[in-house]
Design a protein around this ligand. Sequence first.
Ligand SMILES: [Zn+2]
Length: 185
Amino acid sequence: MSESSFTSIRNATIASIIAGIVLLALPVAREYLGTFLSWVWSGLTWCWTALMTSYALPGWVWIIVFLFTLIGAVSIFFRLKGEPAKPEYHSYIEDSMYGAKWRWQWISNRILDLWCYCPRCEATLVYDDSSCHRFSYEEKKTNFICENCGHSVVASVPGGNKAYAIGAVEREIDRRIRTGAYKRN
Ligand SMILES: [Zn+2]
């Protein structure tokens, strides 16, 4: 016999002797213990009877019960798993570029609804990329105009038409995220 098992047997013996002395000394406690044990026993017998009784339930009821259990387990799993955390830059939805105020939304990791507004009066700007037309000799650029501020040019993106200007702003947003410059605003 190993020493540890000898120790545990010794401890158990000491514990039962102490318990026996306490029970003998306190008849009230012995009475309570008897009530508690009979209560536990009646609970166990009730469970046993409930488990051993055969139920006349048709098979489809069991299928429904099984499906509900499965749905419950799956929903608990996803609740515990939680939604994946959003990237920090998803709170970055506004910035000043080319002289205008640009706003957008994030749908997963894509920029959506990107457009510019007047920094003075908050009006939605309108674009003019007529310099990019085929027979124009002007330098290619897209102007963004505020109708509310006397049709003044608020922002000007050189290099191409409206699609090019939107792409340039998206690239600038991307650059500011990668360099962390957007956090300094
Ligand atoms: Zn304005």
